[in-house]
Design a protein around this ligand. Structure first.
Ligand SMILES: Nc1ncnc2c1ncn2[C@@H]1O[C@H](COP(=O)(O)OP(=O)(O)OP(=O)(O)O)[C@@H](O)[C@H]1O
Length: 245
């Protein structure tokens, strides 16, 4: 994925996002961190083609038709559909379901850690963490090559967030989609990513592009490693630089 001289304005006088040059390799896991309003969600929406740049060129590998899926902070499940039926939705919007689709729905729900007894439950019967798992399964069932995640775990407690981070990484290592992950949580960005883009507001732009120096697979022990804390400190330093710039 390549950004060339990208600008996004919602009105002529307000430059919301400006990215001169950025390249993200296929299969890379990249996090975006930065203060509120610096354009993180806008950048994701441009990649998803939910919005278009005012200027510049955004090239996606395999062209504009590349399969993309979005996961938001709110699970956005349909209340009158079961977990299984929610995951079914993006497939049924495209075609009538075949038996391979049915297997894929079950596989996606299992992949995110849902038990079979939960498949037939309605969203109100599921915990916040389980709802987010269903939301993730609904994105994965379309077999995206690019997965866009906008603060998906922000509403969850730390323990659950850590657990979902570990599971998300396992899934990524198996499927190797390109991951773009927005978070305000620096340890989460460090734990998940190969690379962190630190952004600055007004206009939104990338001020640091940091390679995360930890090998995969990553396990929960990494969070207790002093090198992990040091690197988080480095990212926070860049953010603080952003805050005081
Ligand atoms: N549809 C829109 N119309 C007008 N302005 C918009 C629109 N969408 C976003 N903006 C503005 O663009 C800027 C960037 O918004 P964006 O949501 O991308 O920031 P963000 O970094 O994701 O913020 P947060 O961390 O708070 O979610 C903000 O000033 C916002 O008000």
């Amino acid at each position: 994925m390549q950004f060339h001289q990208i600008e996004k304005r919602f009105s002529p006088e307000s430059l919301v996002l400006s990215v001169d040059s950025l390249e993200i390799s296929a299969g890379e896991f990249v996090s975006l961190v930065g203060p509120s309003g610096c354009g993180k969600s806008t950048l994701l929406r441009l990649v998803a083609s939910l919005d278009s740049p005012t200027q510049g060129e955004l090239l996606l590998d395999d062209g504009a038709d590349i399969e993309r899926a979005f996961v938001f902070q709110d699970a956005n499940l349909i209340p009158w559909r079961t977990a299984w039926q929610n995951v079914q939705l993006p497939l049924e919007l495209r075609r009538s379901l075949n038996s391979a689709d049915r297997q894929n729905i079950t596989a996606a729900l299992q992949l995110v850690g849902l038990r079979e007894e939960d498949f037939e439950k309605y969203p109100r019967m599921l915990s916040g963490g389980m709802r987010m798992r269903v939301s993730l399964a609904r994105a994965l069932v379309t077999e995206p090559r690019i997965l866009l995640l906008d603060e998906p775990f922000a509403a969850l407690d730390d323990l659950l967030r850590n657990q979902l981070n570990e599971q998300l990484l396992e899934i990524w290592q198996r499927q190797k989609w390109t991951g773009l992950f927005v978070t305000h949580n620096v340890p989460e960005a460090v734990f998940l990513s190969q690379r962190i883009l630190v952004m600055h507001a007004r206009p939104g732009r990338i001020v640091a592009d940091l390679k995360v120096p930890f090998e995969f697979p990553r396990t929960s022990e990494l969070r207790a490693d002093p090198a992990f804390a040091r690197f988080c400190g480095e990212v926070v330093g860049h953010l603080a630089g952003v805050a005081h710039a």
